[in-house]
Ligand binder design. Structure first.
Ligand SMILES: O=C(O)CCC(=O)C(=O)O
Length: 253
């Protein structure tokens, strides 16, 4: 039987807005996800899965060394049995049930690919900005390194405790190259940020109000991560359509 989060881990999540579980996925599983990502980029199955090019590539500011060097993210991988194994993996499910209770659903999925040679920064933001589901406590984000995530490769940075405030106003940052949809929380002091350095398989669980972002990849290799958002069954929609009616929603066993 898979172990969920410990009492100490749950307390850390409650207080800081995030918790890291080391080696949630073993090396073989990580390699399988990483290889599948490369296969899908080489031969995209089409909607609902989408593959987004980096803005610098799209605007002709850099010439990518390969197809993989052009990709910023792949999203909506629910229909792919290999990648969706990220969401249904027994250890992952056990941790999600610890945080969200018995009934858990995935609502969105991504592979974030940060190639070398592009700006690729992700400004500090709160993921709740993207969801019309409440209350915030019923949503959890996960981010799992598929490649080394260090300060040099552009790991995530978080502002501990920032989930205790409300949802801030967001807009596009004043940068020359910003990827589509990468909004920034306005007027935030991120001087107390903490860098979340992860080895492949390590997983960050984070609250949707936690301020987080990521820097440039200054290495020669890729920084890559699988990520998803999950919701408790009793969360409610604030938009016109019930969140459960979204065809991408999947129940987690
Ligand atoms: O992978 C990244 O660099 C940023 C991902 C992110 O901000 C998110 O998952 O909300």
């Amino acid at each position: 039987m898979s172990e969920g989060l410990t009492e100490a881990e749950l307390q850390h999540y409650e207080k800081q807005g995030f918790v890291v579980r080391r080696a949630l996925f073993d090396a073989d599983t990580v390699a399988t996800f990483d290889a599948r990502f490369a296969e899908l980029v080489a031969d995209p199955p089409g909607p609902p899965m989408q593959i987004m090019r980096d803005v610098m590539v799209a605007k002709g500011a850099v010439a990518p060394a390969s197809t993989l060097h052009a990709v910023n993210k792949l999203f909506s991988f629910e229909a792919d049995d290999v990648l969706f194994g990220y969401c249904t993996h027994a250890q992952m499910a056990a941790c999600l049930h610890s945080l969200l209770g018995e009934e858990v659903f995935s609502i969105s999925t991504n592979v974030f690919n940060k190639p070398p040679g592009v700006d690729g920064r992700h400004p500090f933001h709160q993921d709740l900005r993207y969801y019309r589901i409440r209350p915030a406590e019923k949503i959890v984000g996960t981010w799992t390194a598929l490649r080394m995530a260090t300060r040099q490769t552009g790991c995530l940075a978080v502002l501990p405790g920032s989930h205790k405030g409300g949802l801030l106003e967001h807009g596009y940052p004043d940068w020359e190259y910003v990827n589509h949809g990468f909004y920034a929380a306005l007027d935030v002091d991120v001087s107390q940020r903490e860098y979340v350095e992860l080895e492949p398989g390590d997983t960050l669980f984070f609250h949707p109000l936690l301020l987080h972002g990521s820097g440039r990849n200054r290495s020669d290799g890729f920084r890559r991560a699988a990520s998803a958002h999950f919701v408790a069954g009793d969360a409610v929609s604030t938009g016109s359509k019930p969140w459960r009616d979204n065809p991408l929603v999947r129940k987690i066993p």
